[in-house]
Design a protein around this ligand. Sequence first.
Ligand SMILES: Cc1cc2nc3c(=O)[nH]c(=O)nc-3n(C[C@H](O)[C@H](O)[C@H](O)COP(=O)(O)O)c2cc1C
Length: 171
Amino acid sequence: MSLQSRSPRLLIVWHSRTGAARQMAQAAADGAHAAADAMDEALDVHLLAADEVQADSLLEADAYLFCAPENLATLSGEMKAFFDRNYYAVLDAIAGRAYAVMIAAGTDGEGARRQVERIASGWRLRAAAPPFVYRNGAQTPEAILAPKTVAPDVLAQCGEIGGTLAAGLLL
Ligand SMILES: Cc1cc2nc3c(=O)[nH]c(=O)nc-3n(C[C@H](O)[C@H](O)[C@H](O)COP(=O)(O)O)c2cc1C
Protein backbone atom coordinates (compact mmCIF):
# COMPACT_ATOMS: atom_id res chain seq x y z
CA MET A 1 0.00 0.00 0.00
CA SER A 2 1.32 3.45 -0.88
CA LEU A 3 2.08 5.81 2.00
CA GLN A 4 1.88 8.79 -0.30
CA SER A 5 -0.66 11.31 0.95
CA ARG A 6 -3.24 12.50 -1.54
CA SER A 7 -3.56 16.03 -2.85
CA PRO A 8 -5.98 18.37 -1.07
CA ARG A 9 -9.40 18.30 -2.73
CA LEU A 10 -11.78 21.17 -3.46
CA LEU A 11 -15.35 20.13 -4.27
CA ILE A 12 -17.39 22.62 -6.28
CA VAL A 13 -21.10 21.80 -6.29
CA TRP A 14 -23.24 23.73 -8.75
CA HIS A 15 -26.68 23.96 -10.25
CA SER A 16 -27.73 26.31 -13.03
CA ARG A 17 -30.97 26.73 -14.95
CA THR A 18 -29.93 29.36 -17.52
CA GLY A 19 -26.13 29.14 -17.44
CA ALA A 20 -24.92 31.84 -15.05
CA ALA A 21 -24.04 29.72 -12.04
CA ARG A 22 -22.46 27.09 -14.30
CA GLN A 23 -20.08 29.71 -15.73
CA MET A 24 -19.36 31.06 -12.24
CA ALA A 25 -18.54 27.58 -10.93
CA GLN A 26 -16.27 26.89 -13.90
CA ALA A 27 -14.47 30.23 -13.35
CA ALA A 28 -13.93 29.34 -9.70
CA ALA A 29 -12.50 25.95 -10.71
CA ASP A 30 -10.16 27.69 -13.17
CA GLY A 31 -9.12 30.13 -10.43
CA ALA A 32 -8.40 27.27 -8.04
CA HIS A 33 -6.24 25.50 -10.63
CA ALA A 34 -4.41 28.76 -11.41
CA ALA A 35 -3.67 29.37 -7.74
CA ALA A 36 -2.35 25.83 -7.29
CA ASP A 37 -0.18 26.17 -10.41
CA ALA A 38 1.20 29.50 -9.15
CA MET A 39 2.11 27.81 -5.86
CA ASP A 40 3.54 24.82 -7.74
CA GLU A 41 1.31 22.53 -5.67
CA ALA A 42 -1.06 19.72 -6.63
CA LEU A 43 -4.76 20.34 -6.02
CA ASP A 44 -7.65 18.08 -6.89
CA VAL A 45 -10.64 20.13 -8.06
CA HIS A 46 -13.94 18.27 -8.45
CA LEU A 47 -16.57 20.27 -10.29
CA LEU A 48 -19.85 18.38 -9.92
CA ALA A 49 -23.45 19.14 -10.82
CA ALA A 50 -25.65 19.07 -7.73
CA ASP A 51 -27.60 15.99 -8.84
CA GLU A 52 -24.37 13.97 -9.16
CA VAL A 53 -23.11 14.59 -5.63
CA GLN A 54 -23.39 11.84 -3.04
CA ALA A 55 -22.14 11.83 0.54
CA ASP A 56 -18.81 10.22 -0.43
CA SER A 57 -17.87 13.24 -2.54
CA LEU A 58 -18.48 15.50 0.44
CA LEU A 59 -16.62 13.28 2.88
CA GLU A 60 -13.59 12.99 0.59
CA ALA A 61 -13.24 16.74 -0.01
CA ASP A 62 -11.27 19.17 2.17
CA ALA A 63 -13.14 22.34 1.19
CA TYR A 64 -16.36 23.24 -0.62
CA LEU A 65 -17.76 25.84 -2.96
CA PHE A 66 -21.54 25.94 -3.38
CA CYS A 67 -22.80 27.81 -6.45
CA ALA A 68 -26.44 28.03 -7.53
CA PRO A 69 -29.18 30.43 -8.62
CA GLU A 70 -31.91 31.91 -6.50
CA ASN A 71 -35.32 30.71 -7.74
CA LEU A 72 -38.51 32.06 -6.17
CA ALA A 73 -36.62 33.62 -3.27
CA THR A 74 -34.87 30.39 -2.25
CA LEU A 75 -32.10 28.14 -3.51
CA SER A 76 -33.01 26.40 -6.78
CA GLY A 77 -34.83 23.15 -6.06
CA GLU A 78 -32.04 21.02 -7.51
CA MET A 79 -29.44 22.62 -5.23
CA LYS A 80 -31.74 22.29 -2.23
CA ALA A 81 -32.25 18.61 -3.11
CA PHE A 82 -28.46 18.11 -3.00
CA PHE A 83 -28.36 19.52 0.53
CA ASP A 84 -31.48 17.58 1.61
CA ARG A 85 -30.05 14.31 0.24
CA ASN A 86 -26.70 14.67 1.97
CA TYR A 87 -27.22 16.83 5.06
CA TYR A 88 -27.58 14.12 7.71
CA ALA A 89 -25.26 11.66 5.95
CA VAL A 90 -22.24 13.92 6.57
CA LEU A 91 -23.35 15.84 9.66
CA ASP A 92 -20.53 15.87 12.26
CA ALA A 93 -18.07 14.35 9.75
CA ILE A 94 -17.10 17.53 7.90
CA ALA A 95 -17.09 20.11 10.73
CA GLY A 96 -14.36 22.73 10.54
CA ARG A 97 -13.74 22.46 6.80
CA ALA A 98 -13.64 25.61 4.68
CA TYR A 99 -16.41 26.68 2.33
CA ALA A 100 -17.62 29.55 0.18
CA VAL A 101 -20.94 30.34 -1.49
CA MET A 102 -21.72 32.03 -4.79
CA ILE A 103 -25.32 32.86 -5.77
CA ALA A 104 -26.56 33.88 -9.23
CA ALA A 105 -29.64 36.10 -8.94
CA GLY A 106 -31.81 38.49 -10.89
CA THR A 107 -32.33 41.35 -8.45
CA ASP A 108 -32.09 39.74 -5.00
CA GLY A 109 -30.28 36.51 -4.05
CA GLU A 110 -30.37 37.10 -0.31
CA GLY A 111 -32.81 34.28 0.44
CA ALA A 112 -30.60 31.72 -1.29
CA ARG A 113 -27.46 33.12 0.34
CA ARG A 114 -29.01 32.90 3.80
CA GLN A 115 -30.15 29.33 3.15
CA VAL A 116 -26.66 28.15 2.21
CA GLU A 117 -25.15 29.97 5.18
CA ARG A 118 -27.62 28.32 7.57
CA ILE A 119 -26.93 24.87 6.15
CA ALA A 120 -23.17 25.47 6.30
CA SER A 121 -23.54 26.65 9.87
CA GLY A 122 -25.40 23.41 10.68
CA TRP A 123 -22.51 21.47 9.18
CA ARG A 124 -20.18 23.75 11.18
CA LEU A 125 -18.22 24.72 8.09
CA ARG A 126 -15.89 27.71 8.20
CA ALA A 127 -16.41 30.55 5.69
CA ALA A 128 -13.17 31.05 3.75
CA ALA A 129 -14.45 34.03 1.76
CA PRO A 130 -17.36 36.49 2.02
CA PRO A 131 -20.54 35.26 0.30
CA PHE A 132 -20.74 36.38 -3.32
CA VAL A 133 -24.10 37.30 -4.90
CA TYR A 134 -24.06 38.15 -8.60
CA ARG A 135 -27.18 40.01 -9.82
CA ASN A 136 -27.82 40.15 -13.55
CA GLY A 137 -30.82 42.52 -13.21
CA ALA A 138 -33.26 40.22 -15.04
CA GLN A 139 -36.87 41.07 -14.14
CA THR A 140 -39.15 40.22 -17.07
CA PRO A 141 -40.04 36.58 -17.82
CA GLU A 142 -38.17 36.83 -21.14
CA ALA A 143 -34.99 38.18 -19.51
CA ILE A 144 -35.22 35.68 -16.66
CA LEU A 145 -35.57 32.69 -18.98
CA ALA A 146 -32.91 33.84 -21.49
CA PRO A 147 -29.55 32.00 -21.54
CA LYS A 148 -27.01 34.01 -19.54
CA THR A 149 -23.50 35.18 -20.36
CA VAL A 150 -21.64 36.29 -17.25
CA ALA A 151 -19.32 39.28 -17.71
CA PRO A 152 -15.55 38.71 -17.47
CA ASP A 153 -15.18 40.94 -14.38
CA VAL A 154 -17.74 38.83 -12.50
CA LEU A 155 -16.03 35.62 -13.62
CA ALA A 156 -12.73 37.10 -12.41
CA GLN A 157 -14.27 37.59 -8.95
CA CYS A 158 -15.44 33.97 -8.99
CA GLY A 159 -11.93 32.94 -9.98
CA GLU A 160 -10.57 34.80 -6.97
CA ILE A 161 -12.93 32.90 -4.67
CA GLY A 162 -11.70 29.63 -6.14
CA GLY A 163 -8.14 30.86 -5.69
CA THR A 164 -8.77 31.76 -2.06
CA LEU A 165 -10.17 28.32 -1.30
CA ALA A 166 -7.23 26.70 -3.07
CA ALA A 167 -4.65 28.80 -1.24
CA GLY A 168 -6.31 27.95 2.07
CA LEU A 169 -5.86 24.26 1.34
CA LEU A 170 -2.29 24.53 0.08
CA LEU A 171 -0.65 27.00 2.46
C1 LIG B 1 -38.04 30.14 -11.86
C2 LIG B 1 -37.11 31.28 -11.57
C3 LIG B 1 -37.26 31.99 -10.41
C4 LIG B 1 -36.41 33.05 -10.10
N1 LIG B 1 -36.55 33.70 -8.91
C5 LIG B 1 -35.68 34.68 -8.57
C6 LIG B 1 -35.75 35.29 -7.28
O1 LIG B 1 -36.57 34.95 -6.44
N2 LIG B 1 -34.83 36.26 -6.99
C7 LIG B 1 -33.88 36.67 -7.88
O2 LIG B 1 -33.07 37.54 -7.57
N3 LIG B 1 -33.79 36.07 -9.11
C8 LIG B 1 -34.65 35.10 -9.46
N4 LIG B 1 -34.54 34.47 -10.69
C9 LIG B 1 -33.47 34.92 -11.62
C10 LIG B 1 -32.23 34.05 -11.52
O3 LIG B 1 -31.83 33.87 -10.19
C11 LIG B 1 -31.06 34.70 -12.28
O4 LIG B 1 -31.40 34.93 -13.63
C12 LIG B 1 -29.81 33.86 -12.18
O5 LIG B 1 -28.72 34.57 -12.68
C13 LIG B 1 -29.97 32.57 -12.94
O6 LIG B 1 -28.88 31.74 -12.70
P1 LIG B 1 -28.68 30.49 -13.66
O7 LIG B 1 -28.45 31.07 -15.05
O8 LIG B 1 -27.46 29.80 -13.14
O9 LIG B 1 -29.90 29.63 -13.61
C14 LIG B 1 -35.38 33.42 -11.01
C15 LIG B 1 -35.23 32.67 -12.19
C16 LIG B 1 -36.07 31.62 -12.47
C17 LIG B 1 -35.87 30.82 -13.73
